[in-house]
Design a protein around this ligand. Structure first.
Ligand SMILES: [Zn+2]
Length: 399
């Protein structure tokens, strides 16, 4: 539902992402040097590690999040921010910005005998602070003792030991350059005026439900040799019609969430998964719209009755990605397929006959309603493009 149209969603606003995006504004206020609000002095102790390193740049472990933020307000802000950070920049250079403190990938904070405050006050905050750019490696203990005037071989050796192997490898092999600026996401946070809007878009990226891969794979298996790409299938759906009911039906078909007898039986709502029309043992979506003999007959006769330029294939019917032919552009054919499916689905529930004659009446009624809407609201061009040829075909077939 929350996904973009092209990914099969409905772009429905996500209230939890909206709430989180509003929380991000507090981080901007906190990091803004020109903001001298009094509350900042109250929370500074808690949120600032040392120098310009704030807690928001650290990757706290779950336990630390609980300890560091006993109050729910800042805890939620921190968690929302971490989701955003993880979604953003993942370049090798960022290893240099990894915090040495409160980082769940290191266990420095738990080590006894590390003069944490002293080191932090001396500026030992990030990997970058113990990295020798010229040599492309972490500084050896002697160099660190000399540089910071604190500790001894043993202390620095212990600190260096906690740096994960993969980070060392990146530092050694890729020799990332120190950036003059902070990671992109911090820069954007500081520069963006509409913080909540930006944060929402980033959060939605991370929040993205996986594309309905399972349903897609099933369709690919059933409609062997599918030619259409899935993003275009979803986009076509929204382009083909303005009618929400038609869109909703097609969306449920693509996601395979229509309550067919097979589903109802699986949900223990119906005793049998048998088709009520032809008594085939398994009534699934494919069966309803194509596999059932009534449905197949409907599509076959539809071509002759309306003198359509071609037969609809199962791929045309299920994915709706119909191409035009001759004077028939894609628009009327696509809407015809959508309405055909709606008609079959309605007949399935009402138990009425799925005949093309009844569909012609149904189509005529639908187009007449559309005509009335156009007369009131305008949009004649779109109407003619979509329904012009269908109306003509209906008139010819009835005469
Ligand atoms: Zn059947």
């Amino acid at each position: 539902m929350k996904n973009h149209y092209g990914e099969g969603g409905l772009q429905v606003p996500d209230p939890s992402a909206q709430a989180d995006s509003l929380k991000i504004m507090w981080i901007k206020k906190f990091l803004d040097e020109n903001n001298h609000a009094k509350w900042k002095f109250v929370v500074q102790n808690k949120l600032l590690i040392g120098g310009n390193l704030s807690i928001f740049e650290c990757k706290l472990s779950k336990r630390e999040v609980e300890c560091k933020f006993p109050d729910k307000f800042w805890r939620e802000i921190y968690l929302a921010w971490q989701t955003m950070v993880e979604e953003e920049d993942k370049t090798d250079g960022l290893v240099l910005y990894e915090s040495l403190w409160h980082n769940r990938y290191l266990n420095l904070d738990d080590m006894v005998g590390i003069p944490k405050k002293k080191l932090q006050n001396s500026g030992v905050l990030r990997i970058n602070d113990i990295y020798d750019r010229n040599a492309g490696r972490l500084m050896p203990p002697d160099q660190l003792t000399e540089k910071y005037g604190i500790g001894n071989f043993l202390l620095w050796h212990r600190i260096l030991k906690v740096i994960p192997k993969e980070w060392r490898q990146i530092l050694r092999e890729k020799r990332p350059r120190v950036r003059e600026v902070r990671p992109e996401i911090y820069v954007t946070l500081q520069e963006t005026i509409k913080v909540a809007k930006w944060a929402y878009s980033v959060l939605m990226k991370s929040n993205k439900l996986s594309c309905p891969r399972k349903a897609q794979t099933k369709w690919e298996q059933e409609l062997q040799g599918v030619q259409s790409s899935w993003p275009s299938v979803f986009k076509i759906l929204y382009k083909s019609t303005q009618d929400f009911k038609l869109k909703w039906l097609q969306l449920r078909i693509l996601h395979r969430i229509l309550p067919t007898n097979r589903v109802l039986n699986w949900m223990k709502i119906k005793e049998s998964s048998m088709c009520d029309r032809c008594f085939e043992p398994n009534e699934d979506i494919y069966h309803v719209f194509w596999g059932c003999k009534d449905a197949k007959r409907f599509w076959m006769r539809l071509k002759h009755t309306l003198v359509l330029p071609k037969h609809f294939t199962p791929e045309d019917i299920f994915l709706g990605n119909v191409t035009g032919k001759g004077k028939w552009t894609a628009a009327p054919l696509r809407v015809c397929v959508l309405l055909g499916k709606q008609f079959i689905w309605q007949c399935r529930w009402s138990g009425e006959e799925q005949s093309v004659q009844r569909f012609s009446l149904y189509l005529a009624k639908y187009i007449s309603v559309e005509k009335c809407i156009v007369a009131r609201r305008g949009g004649r061009k779109r109407f003619d493009e979509t329904f012009g040829l269908l109306w003509e075909a209906l008139c010819t077939s009835s005469t």
